[in-house]
Design a protein around this ligand. Structure first.
Ligand code: C2E
Ligand code: MG
Ligand code: MG
Ligand code: MG
Length: 289
């Protein structure tokens, strides 16, 4: 029966791939108009100090509300934007929008913006940042750029110089999703990162008692301390995860436990997250999703 079902599977696979390609093509075309149509927005998720639980900053997360399909995840459309070479324009818009928003927050509250490897390679990123800072009046010390190790994969000679140039503007660099992919320690030497973000996969497995994950997080945290870097644990969804990551020495925490990304963060930023606020939230909102 192998041959027949094998061929059937092959046809189905081809159909699947065709649909995928068509789907990508449609989304790519829709994405071209999304900026002008006002379908893109920026949501902000708080990052809190692990000990005081004070909000120390917000991460800007891009949202696409498609006119007929509703919310589409950035995990889906960012790669399409990259492939269609739309990421430069979209990224520039995110920077300008988020910097203007952050300017309305209290002075000690920082802004983190994700930038993709293509933006770093593209050459226009520094100017885009300078423009966004100038237009908003936000001071560069309040801006952090989150990059993943994928910026290093192509081994562009320009990458180190570009990152160093960005640092020299006074902004901080964050290594996002650390623990996924290759996570070479060499990357940490390649640029002066102020913060390492520990991927939420580690947070999950460490909290479930994986001794390997616990050991790796301990090593990352110790190394970060020695190198004068902060560590942010992402994807904190429960009090237990918060306790585990704090006890491991992570200096900053982020996740649904504290807040989901929301589209409006006013000038009045809630600075104190008390456990009393957290418990009902984690018990109700979290379970539902
Ligand atoms: P990321 O930068 O690692 O962002 C963290 C993702 O985890 C976000 O997903 C966030 O909503 C989600 N998250 C936060 N807390 C929790 C939690 O407690 N539990 C769970 N399960 N998830 C949590 P989102 O918003 O869907 O973004 C996905 C990715 O898309 C981001 O991952 C980032 O790589 C990319 N992205 C988002 N906005 C932008 C942007 O403006 N530019 C670029 N280049 N990439 C972006
Ligand atoms: Mg990020
Ligand atoms: Mg991340
Ligand atoms: Mg991630």
């Amino acid at each position: 029966h192998g041959k027949e079902s094998g061929r059937g599977q092959c046809v189905r696979y081809k159909q699947f791939m065709q649909i995928e390609a068509d789907e990508r093509h449609i989304l790519e075309n829709d994405l071209r108009g999304a900026l002008e149509n006002g379908d893109l927005s920026v949501a902000y998720q708080s990052i809190v100090d692990a000990n005081s639980e004070q909000v120390i900053g917000y991460e800007a997360l891009l949202r696409w509300n498609h006119p007929t399909r509703g919310e589409i995840s950035p995990a889906v459309f960012i790669p399409i934007a990259e492939e269609a070479r739309l990421i430069g324009n979209i990224g520039n818009w995110v920077l300008r929008t988020a910097c203007a928003q952050a300017k309305t927050w209290p002075d000690h509250v920082r802004l983190s913006v994700n930038v993709s490897a293509l933006q770093v390679e593209g050459g226009g990123l520094a100017n885009s940042i300078i423009g966004a800072l100038a237009a908003s009046g936000l001071s560069p010390e309040r801006l952090e750029l989150e990059v993943t190790e994928s910026v290093f994969l192509d081994n562009h000679e320009k990458t180190d110089a570009t990152l160093e140039n960005l640092r020299s503007l006074g902004i901080n660099l964050v290594l996002d999703d650390f623990g996924t992919g290759y996570s070479s320690l060499g990357y940490l030497r390649r640029a002066s990162f102020s913060t390492i973000k520990i991927d939420r996969g580690f947070v999950k497995s460490a909290t479930r008692g994986s001794t390997e994950s616990l050991a790796i997080i301990r090593a990352i945290v110790t190394m970060a301390e020695e190198l004068g870097m902060k560590t942010t644990a992402e994807g904190i969804e429960s009090i237990r995860e918060m306790d585990v990551m704090r006890d491991l020495g992570c200096t900053q925490l982020q996740g649904y436990l504290f807040s989901r990304p929301t589209e409006t963060v006013s000038g009045r930023v809630d600075n104190r997250v008390s456990v009393a606020d957290i418990v009902p939230f984690s018990n109700t909102e979290l379970k539902r999703q």
